[in-house]
Design a binder for this molecule. Structure first.
Ligand code: NCD
Length: 323
């Protein structure tokens, strides 16, 4: 482990701790050692930023940020991370402005972008698109969200936030609330937290939006304790309350979305006397009242900040790997 808190004169290692993979498409591919190493590297990146980043870590390297689905935080934090490391960014966003819209396959797009960039982050509306992209990419590929599938860097920044807010991960009671069916961050984070000891899950959703079978079968297989309920009070009794938005864009029936969209709304008065950390991948669309923001429980903006550190760590580790 790198001793991040020791002494003033600090040597930043050129190479991060080695990851034994080239592409990051899913949290299911991570071991606990990988997750701990990425968190450790994120703390190193924080120190690197605080101390004025004397020497760029990735000079001359180019990140291609391909965003074929709306994004603000994820795209901006990937771009910020690359720029902070001294690299550069090229961007394609908006499906209708891209060659995919003209009918180009994901594979062709990725092979083509391989000719320009040293690393790729892609968001795409189709579940499974990340695996298809990684299968043909010679440069490191990072899944920045594939439809209702996975969003591994979000889960890693959620993990860092949980560790920072609670001082540990093992043994925590984690509640996830909202759209557990389509919320890819819920799926990714469950697989990641499942690597830690004694973590228990409480899933709170309307019955139409329960966690998919791929998540429950994982929990059963790993013998991880979990409950499913539609009672919001169960979530308030946990250590971490992970709120999510109802994913409007995944519904085929608009009236079903309208019926479900206000299922759970967290207000400051519900948190009175409660020692629960509130996280949200954001954007929120009404499920956390702004009156929660001033409470110490509200961790979601600190969570967004941690996103830059995690993405710096992942970019740095995947790119230094080949040096
Ligand atoms: C999440 C996503 O895109 O899956 N947002 C994000 O990455 N910060 C959650 C969401 O869109 O609801």
């Amino acid at each position: 482990m790198v001793p991040v808190d020791s002494g003033a004169a600090f040597h930043y290692p050129r190479a991060g701790m080695a990851l034994n993979f080239q592409h990051l498409t899913s949290t299911k591919q991570l071991s606990r050692r990988d997750a701990d190493a990425i968190l450790q590297h994120a703390r190193l990146m924080e120190r690197y930023l605080k101390e004025g980043a004397q020497e760029p870590r990735l000079p001359g390297k180019i990140l291609a940020a391909l965003f074929y689905e709306p994004s603000t935080r994820t795209r901006l934090s990937f771009e910020t991370a690359m720029l902070r490391l001294g690299g550069q960014v090229i961007t394609a966003d908006g499906f209708q402005f891209s060659s995919l819209y003209k009918g180009e396959t994901i594979e062709d797009t990725i092979i083509m972008v391989n000719q320009y960039a040293d690393i790729i982050a892609m968001r795409h509306p189709e579940q499974g698109s990340a695996d298809r992209a990684a299968a043909v990419s010679k440069v490191p590929f990072i899944n920045a969200g594939d439809g209702p599938g996975q969003h591994p860097t979000q889960a890693l920044l959620d993990l860092l936030t949980i560790e920072r807010e609670r001082g540990k991960i093992d043994g925590l009671r984690i509640a996830m609330v909202g759209d557990l069916k389509f919320g890819r961050t819920v799926h990714s984070l469950t697989f990641l937290l499942g690597l830690y000891n004694g973590v228990r899950f409480t899933y709170v959703s309307p019955k139409e939006l329960v966690v998919p079978e791929k998540v429950t079968s994982f929990l059963k297989e790993k013998d991880i304790a979990y409950e499913e309920t539609d009672d919001f009070n169960a979530a308030l009794a946990c250590d971490v309350l992970y709120m999510t938005r109802i994913q409007q864009e995944r519904f085929t029936d608009r009236s079903e979305y309208e019926r479900l969209k206000d299922s759970y709304v967290l207000r400051a008065k519900q948190l009175k006397g409660k020692d629960v950390s509130v996280l949200h991948p954001l954007p929120r669309v009404g499920e956390i009242d702004p009156d929660v923001d001033a409470l110490p429980n509200a961790a979601y903006f600190r969570q967004a900040k941690n996103g830059v550190l995690i993405r710096m760590a992942v970019l740095d580790m995947l790119l230094q790997r080949g040096l």
